[in-house]
Write a protein that binds this ligand. Structure first.
Ligand code: ZN
Length: 477
């Protein structure tokens, strides 16, 4: 398995710290609003990665935090006239509602900042003791100049960063690049007790403290969106290495942005769609398939048109899988006692693994799946002459299901259920229209009754009047 490691700027062979085990940390959302589609991308990308490790029989330890204390949360609480606890509870509940629809793995540890203040303070204390941080008037800062490798992840030199940094008017910091680890309390803000007085943690320190608590001084993979590389991840590295002296994360994986018309989707610019708005129109499966259709490091251009196309593609997958399954169900069960070798299907599995092993190339993995569906469809046409081919169909169906459901996380069962529900709803709506039409005819409002008949016909639904005054309908191709 190979990953593109942001730290080394190249593809690297993946060697886990422990055999068949992977420890991953991914930065989670700041819970001051419902998540938008841009936030959903790392959630899906790293869910697919965790699922793929499981597919390869790895044990996965996956931690993703909630930032539940932050300026934006405090502002939002004031806006909505709620407490910070009420705000974060509201949006954490919302988060779980949303990701459930995306079929995200449930065995992810999701620690909150406010529940890890002790660990955060301990980490800051270590940084002060080790000579990398200083306290000034109740604030604590990380002293960037003391850490010689600062800038390595984002490929920047401290001197250049310094030249670009704004002059700090407050003059509290020794250097404008120094970043805050602990902020002293301001009026009307929530606070925690600390050795430096009342206050709250800066943003970056939480990930260093929580990843160390749950995964140790060194773990395998750290992930997040590309926008977090600088300063957030750069600062995490500085904090973790200087406090704990481990290697922190061995592999740094960053996903590309979701764009609308070429611009990054972002809450701060107002250029975004909430995930739940999109989930009203499209299933979580469509959104997942849309996301994995592009390589995780590349930008994705979002549009409703693109989602409509993805929906069609998903429907083709579901239809094919339904057909394979009904063929298997109808087959002579005695045949299944036979043992055959299925070289072709194994080849498809290998192709899928090869694509996924190469820096999680999901579009190529999908191409292998489509090729396999095509091949399996061809098998169906040979069934009449050779009944035993159903064994290969069965094997292929199992292999496809494993990859589509367990790795890509597309819930085929749920998709079928949705389709069934939609079909039932369509039937009920047509029947309702037929009733309206019937009463129009009774009132001799033929203009309305003809309009209903003609408009339904335009939609491909043909009405036939029966002698008893009722009507039946059928779908035309
Ligand atoms: Zn983080």
């Amino acid at each position: 398995m190979e990953f593109y490691n942001t730290l080394s700027n190249r593809l690297e062979k993946f060697v886990p710290l422990e055999r068949n085990k992977v420890k991953m940390y991914v930065c989670g959302p700041t819970v001051y609003n419902y998540i938008h589609l841009g936030n959903a991308r790392p959630i899906i990308v790293f869910d697919v990665l965790a699922r793929y490790f499981k597919y390869k029989n790895y044990e996965v330890e996956f931690v993703q935090n909630f930032t539940d204390i932050d300026d934006k949360i405090i502002n939002r609480a004031n806006e909505e006239k709620l407490s910070c606890e009420e705000i974060t509870k509201k949006y954490i509940d919302g988060f779980f509602e949303d990701v459930k629809k995306l079929n995200i793995l449930s065995d992810v540890k999701r620690p909150k900042v406010t529940e890890n203040i002790y660990e955060i303070i301990e980490t800051i204390k270590k940084l002060i003791d080790n000579g990398f941080a200083y306290e000034k008037d109740g604030d604590v800062y990380f002293e960037v100049k003391k850490y010689s490798e600062y800038g390595k992840l984002s490929n920047q030199k401290v001197d250049e960063l310094e030249a670009g940094a704004r002059i700090d008017i407050s003059k509290i910091k020794k250097n404008p690049l120094d970043f805050v680890l602990w902020k002293s309390k301001k009026e009307n803000e929530p606070f925690f007790e600390s050795p430096w007085g009342k206050g709250r943690p800066g943003w970056h320190i939480e990930c260093s403290a929580m990843s160390q608590k749950y995964l140790g001084d060194t773990f395998d993979i750290h992930g997040g969106g590309q926008d977090l590389i600088f300063p957030h991840h750069e600062n995490e590295i500085a904090q973790s290495k200087c406090a704990y002296h481990g290697n922190f994360a061995n592999y740094w994986l960053h996903n590309g942005f979701v764009q609308i018309d070429g611009d990054k989707m972002s809450k701060s610019t107002g250029n975004f769609f909430l995930l739940r708005e999109i989930l009203e129109k499209f299933s979580g499966n469509v959104i997942r398939l849309f996301m994995v259709s592009t390589h995780y490091r590349k930008p994705i251009n979002f549009s409703f048109e693109a989602l409509k196309d993805t929906k069609k593609t998903l429907q083709n997958i579901v239809n094919a899988m339904n057909q394979f399954e009904s063929t298997i169900n109808l087959a002579d069960k005695n045949l299944f006692e036979n043992k055959n070798s299925f070289e072709k299907i194994e080849e498809f599995d290998k192709k899928f693994v090869l694509a996924m092993d190469e820096d999680m190339n999901t579009p190529q993995a999908l191409a292998a799946i489509f090729e396999q569906i095509k091949y399996t469809n061809k098998l169906l046409s040979k069934l009449e002459e050779e009944k035993e081919i159903v064994l290969e169909v069965k094997k292929s169906c199992e292999s496809l299901k494993n990859k589509i459901e367990n790795v890509l996380g597309i819930d085929l069962k749920n998709e079928k259920q949705c389709k069934k529900n939609n079909d039932e709803l369509t039937d009920k709506l047509i029947e309702l229209l037929l009733e309206v039409r019937k009463s129009a005819r009774v009132k001799k409002d033929f203009e309305l009754s003809d309009k209903i008949r003609d408009n339904l016909k335009d939609l491909g639904i043909e009405i036939k009047d029966t002698k008893d005054g009722n009507a039946s309908y059928s779908f035309k191709d």
